[in-house]
Every structure is written in structure tokens, then in C-alpha cells.
Design a binder for this molecule. Structure first.
Ligand code: 3PY
Ligand code: MG
Length: 245
């Protein structure tokens, strides 16, 4: 259930397709932010570097392939507003991810923004530290058990649930996870830990019904519009209708 102290709901778009054109299109559909997926999407280092400036209509957050300081640094050097770090298991992994997003003295990020090579102004280290967002993904049983430590880790701005991995890890399905309202539901545990820590709670939804269910539970960032799914769904519906011409 949403709470009066929660931040306003953010609706995220999500790009898998690995090109600046797809990222640019997805940044212009009215979402509050765009996630460029370099874990399970087709983005690599070069296409992240080309896509972040192309998707200039909204802040771009890169889901990096793993909890690696160099991947996090390169995504931020490309101009990303933040990163989403998958498969974070405990407070120390969360703190390491966050440290990779901040320059000293707050963290261990190394200076070298790619914006400079595009002739764009760079952001001063203190401003970059204040503006960047570090989201860490909670999607295993171990992470759920450590969710308070993860949400409280210094520099973590958002705890982001991967419901598909979480459902696999817990031996259930996303539908059952969303339908379950018994005490101790892991989705509620994430929202409650985030409220205690003053951290945003986000989740991948992948569609309207899941987004609504997650927002009703208190998640304040929901990723709802995924480019691959939109093309398949809208394309097959249109072709099916065109068959009746
Ligand atoms: C998950 O559901 O596990 C995700 O990582 C969403 O992309
Ligand atoms: Mg996942």
C-alpha cells in the first residue's frame, strides 16, 4: 500500500534492442526515465556509449551486466544519470556498487567522462556525486534476507526488484509473488526496508497489470514499457487485424 511519505511514482521505459535509435525512440514515449539494459538486452559498451546521448529526452539509467566497478564507471562516463546493478546479495556488495558510482571521498569512481570527448561540458565531481543514482537489484533469497542492510548501504538510492529472478530463486512464479499478500511476502519486505532506510523501492513490471500491482504494494519506480515487447504486441495485433482486410 502506498504511504504519504513515499516519493512520487516514476514510470520507466526499458530498452533491450541495443541501438541508439531504439534508445532514442524509447526516451520519447513520455516515461520519466529510460533503462538501457546491458545485462540481458543487446547493449554492449560501444552501444551504451552511443545510446546514452541519443536518448537525451529523459535521464538514462544503464543496467550494467554485473556488479563491476569498471562497467559502472564506463556507463556513468558515457553520461548515464545512474546505474542499475543486478544480483546484489548483501550490504557489502551494495556498498561496493554505490562506491563505484561516487568520486572520492564518497567512493572510488575514477575521473574520465566521455562527455568531454563529445565536446560537452563535464560535471564537477561533487555535483556528479550528488546527482547520480545507484540502484541495486534484489532478486535472490539471500538478498531478501539481507534487504535491510542493502537498503541502508551508504550511497544506495534505490532497491530494485527483479521479479523473474526472484520468483525462480524462491521456487514460485511472478504471478504468485504478485498475488500473495500474506505476511512476510518478499515484495512487501523490500518496500518496508526501503521505507525504513529512506531509499526508493523500484521493480521491473514489464506490463500494466504488474506495474499497478507493484505500485499498489508501495513500489515507487516501475519499469513498464519494454521495446521488444511493445514491438511484438503492437505488431502482432496490427497484423492480425490487417488479415481481415
Ligand atoms: C528480473 O525480473 O529478474 C529482471 O532482472 C528484470 O529484468
Ligand atoms: Mg534479473
Amino acid at each position: 500500500m502506498s504511504d504519504a511519505t513515499d516519493p512520487p511514482l516514476q514510470i520507466a521505459a526499458w530498452s533491450m534492442l541495443g541501438t541508439p535509435a531504439a534508445a532514442s525512440l524509447m526516451s520519447r514515449i513520455g516515461a520519466d526515465l529510460l533503462v538501457v539494459d546491458a545485462q540481458h538486452g543487446l547493449f554492449d559498451d560501444a552501444s551504451v556509449i552511443a545510446s546514452v546521448p541519443a536518448a537525451s529526452a529523459v535521464p538514462v539509467h544503464v543496467r550494467v551486466a554485473s556488479n563491476s566497478a569498471s562497467l559502472i564507471g564506463r556507463a556513468l562516463d558515457a553520461g548515464a544519470a545512474g546505474v542499475i546493478v543486478p544480483m546484489v546479495q548483501d550490504g557489502s556488495e551494495a556498498a561496493a556498487a554505490a562506491a563505484a558510482t561516487r568520486y572520492p571521498p564518497l567512493g572510488e569512481r575514477s575521473w574520465g567522462p566521455l562527455a568531454a570527448y563529445r565536446g560537452e561540458p563535464t560535471t564537477a565531481p561533487d555535483d556528479a556525486n550528488a546527482q547520480v543514482s545507484c540502484a541495486v537489484m534484489v532478486e535472490t533469497a539471500r538478498a531478501i534476507a539481507a534487504v535491510d542492510d542493502i537498503a541502508r548501504a551508504p550511497g544506495v538510492d534505490m532497491v530494485f526488484v527483479g521479479p523473474f529472478d526472484l520468483a525462480i530463486a524462491l521456487g514460485t512464479s511472478v504471478a504468485e509473488l504478485l498475488a500473495d499478500h500474506s505476511p512476510g511476502n518478499p515484495l512487501d519486505a523490500v518496500v518496508e526496508a526501503c521505507r525504513r532506510a529512506g531509499t526508493r523501492a523500484g521493480a521491473f513490471a514489464g506490463g500494466l497489470d504488474a506495474a499497478r500491482a507493484l505500485a499498489d504494494r508501495g513500489f515507487t519506480t516501475v519499469a513498464v514499457a519494454v521495446d521488444t515487447q511493445l514491438i511484438s504486441a503492437a505488431g502482432s495485433a496490427l497484423i492480425a487485424e490487417a488479415r481481415s482486410i
